[in-house]
Design a protein around this ligand. Structure first.
Ligand code: CTP
Length: 401
């Protein structure tokens, strides 16, 4: 998504200026070309050479050096860019821009550009809460400027409160959102993620190796593309989920219930969760002691997806099929049995595919048996192609209707 994008990174004078070095690293890691603009006071915190070396581009600090060059620098940079992000954004820069002051390169650039502008503010808690800063922000939001909410925590000045620069991953997520098409606007997508966990006794459980990464990536990418997202997640490591309603659950029965309770207005359900097919018939109240052989009796869990497929108001249904053999046959059988619109199948034994890794190799099978293969991709890109395919099928259906 960031490959080949032109990003302008404005750095202003606050202690969090060192964190924008990390933001620059992330942006270039994903293939963006970054031009950094520093205000004079930002250079008091971090040297421009650091940004120059890491971006591979000259850093602009002085408006007059650019006026001396053959092209009017701020206009050419501003027109080439895809996005301008100001991180950290001080109360001062926010105030200047909100009031139309353009007295240095960064403020001139903001005024000259037509691309989306994202502010990631960082300042003292009282400054952040001050009425004048909040008024300036609300004026800028009204003018379609975008803002990250600063994080809470211990600030460099020792105060605890809101005002820390937002998490770099959260800023990256918002940058990706601003660069994404809004093609899922109007969709309300419920996504399930992770494993389920069925208690045997207070100390032990039945679960599986699902990390939840596929479902979380689907949720993040769908949100960036404008969908309203509800994520129903089984127990998995806390993954980033900015702007997404997350409902946590443990057992398959809890997951079925959470999905059932949240179907109102849902246009599509993507079941990426690895739901346990069975649960212990009885859950021991006390820890089971070692005492010779032990036989665990299991009873079946409901098939959540098949249940959704039977509903008269069935939303568009996407299933997953994690297989170890006869991929196509098993996956196609599941489409029919569960009344799905499409299924995402993968061979979990293939290197780079399946549980716990950050990549996957999938094929997508439609109701009519058409199969599309995809190469090894990051789970973020896999999420993108699944959502693309879903949109394509929905459009086709609308055309045929
Ligand atoms: N699924 C579900 N409820 C279950 C089991 C599975 O909703 N109790 C969903 C999964 O989230 C997935 C799809 O059904 O989207 C296929 O899951 P999978 O475990 O591959 O299939 P099963 O139907 O359980 O078949 P089997 O385990 O025999 O392969």
């Amino acid at each position: 998504m960031l490959q080949g994008k032109e990003i302008l990174l404005g750095v202003t004078g606050g202690i969090a200026a060192y964190k924008s070095v990390l933001l620059l690293r992330e942006l270039t890691k994903y293939g963006a070309n970054v031009n950094v603009i520093m205000t004079k006071s930002a250079t008091e915190f971090v040297g421009s050479l650091t940004f120059q070396t890491l971006s591979g581009n000259p850093v602009t600090t002085d408006i007059f050096t650019l006026f001396a060059s053959s092209e009017i620098g701020h206009v050419s940079l501003a027109s080439r860019a895809d996005l301008l992000v100001i991180a950290p954004a001080t109360a001062n820069i926010i105030g200047k821009i909100a009031n139309g002051i353009a007295d240095d390169f960064l403020t001139t650039m903001v005024m000259a550009t037509r691309v989306p502008v994202l502010f990631a503010p960082a300042m003292n808690t009282n400054m952040w809460a001050s009425r004048v800063v909040q008024r300036n922000i609300s004026d800028l939001k009204e003018m379609d400027y975008n803002f990250m909410e600063p994080a809470e925590g211990e600030l460099a000045c020792g105060v605890v409160g809101r005002g820390k620069l937002a998490d770099i991953d959260a800023i990256m997520d918002e940058i990706k959102a601003l660069l994404s098409p809004n093609d899922l606007q109007g969709e309300k997508i419920l996504i399930s993620a992770g494993p389920t966990e069925e208690a045997i006794d207070p100390a032990r459980c039945l679960t599986n190796r699902s990390s939840g990464k596929m479902g979380y990536n689907l949720a993040a990418v769908a949100r960036r593309r404008g969908a309203e997202v509800i994520l129903v997640a089984g127990p998995c490591a806390e993954l980033e989920n900015w702007g997404i309603k997350v409902i946590n659950c443990k057992t398959a029965l809890e997951m079925a219930d959470a999905i059932d309770q949240n179907l109102d207005g849902v246009t599509s359900v993507i079941m990426a969760a690895a739901v346990a097919d069975f649960r212990p018939a009885e859950q021991a109240a006390e820890k089971i002691k070692r005492d010779g052989n032990y036989c665990l009796e299991l009873e079946p869990n409901p098939d959540i997806l098949a249940g959704l497929g039977k509903r008269p108001d069935k939303p568009f249904l996407v299933g997953f099929a994690a297989e170890t053999n006869k991929l196509f046959d098993h996956a196609q059988g599941k489409i029919k049995r569960k009344n799905l619109d499409m299924i995402v199948a993968n061979d979990v034994t293939a290197p780079g595919a399946g549980f716990s890794v950050d990549t996957n190799i999938i094929c997508i099978i439609d109701r009519d048996g058409q199969m599309t293969d995809f190469p090894l991709m990051s789970k973020e890109n896999v999420a993108g192609v699944i959502l693309d395919h879903m949109l394509k099928l929905k459009k086709k259906r609308r055309l045929l209707a």
